[in-house]
Ligand binder design. Structure first.
Ligand SMILES: [Zn+2]
Length: 244
């Protein structure tokens, strides 16, 4: 997984230090939002996974991989984790993408790497929060990692709803990644020395994302599939009066 949350935490602390009162919690990785807006690994054979494979130019290569705890492995540091375990225990780095489904709204692939053990078994060793027993992974040998540049790779996103606001939402996500990548790296990377003005811009984009997503959900018709990804009609799921 990318160092995204680490960088976001850094922006949060910067905003706190500067006395800014803008919330960084509008992101859909936010645990509090998961109750209404689940983020989960879609089945490798599901339509959302196929949409992402298609966008990456790959076909039916996604697999479900178990998580295996490895001493010293840290959340968000998949590249370092796998590099270190290969050095210590052998095996190989496998490059590719993690797939996350955001309810019934969109599906997203995140640049990631997993460990092929000397036995040939492939496992994800990077802890997730909240923990996942298994992840959906698309192997992609072309998705290598530039250790020197140490940049975040743009996530790949595909809409599951036909709403143009979702495309704006994706653009805003990319703009945020660009803000992080433009910031100078500190030490081994993974900490960006972000300017206060850029931190504020990033935060404003986070609010824009929350606004767009609220509008997208509000615009759902009662007979549309529910935003939560249950596959039920909105009126029979979260759009109902007492189902939740
Ligand atoms: Zn629902």
């Amino acid at each position: 997984m990318t160092s995204w949350s680490v960088l976001r935490a850094r922006i949060s602390s910067l905003l706190t230090v500067t006395g800014a009162n803008l919330s960084m919690q509008g992101g859909f990785q936010n645990h509090a939002m998961r109750k209404d807006f689940p983020i989960f690994p879609p089945s490798p054979a599901s339509h959302p996974t196929h949409l992402i494979e298609q966008k990456l130019g790959l076909s039916q290569v996604a697999v479900s991989l178990p998580y295996e705890a490895v001493e010293g492995a840290k959340a968000q540091f998949c590249f370092q984790n796998v590099r270190d375990v290969v050095r210590g225990q052998g095996g190989e780095i496998v490059y590719g993408w993690l797939v996350w489904q955001h309810g019934g709204i969109f599906v997203e692939a995140e640049h990631h790497t997993v460990w092929k053990k000397p036995t040939g078994e492939v496992v994800c060793i990077t802890p997730h929060n909240p923990p996942e027993k298994a992840v959906t992974f698309i192997p992609d040998p072309s998705a290598t990692y530039d250790w020197n540049a140490d940049h975040l790779t743009h996530n790949v996103r595909v809409a599951l709803l036909n709403d143009p606001r979702l495309l704006e939402f994706f653009k805003v996500c990319e703009e945020q990644t660009e803000i992080m990548n433009a910031a100078p790296r500190i030490g081994i990377g993974f900490m960006a020395a972000i300017e206060k003005s850029e931190a504020m811009r990033h935060s404003a984009l986070e609010i824009r994302k929350a606004t767009l997503m609220t509008q997208i959900v509000m615009a759902l018709g009662r007979n549309d599939p529910c935003y939560c990804g249950s596959g039920k009609k909105y009126k029979k799921c979260h759009g109902g009066t007492n189902e939740y």
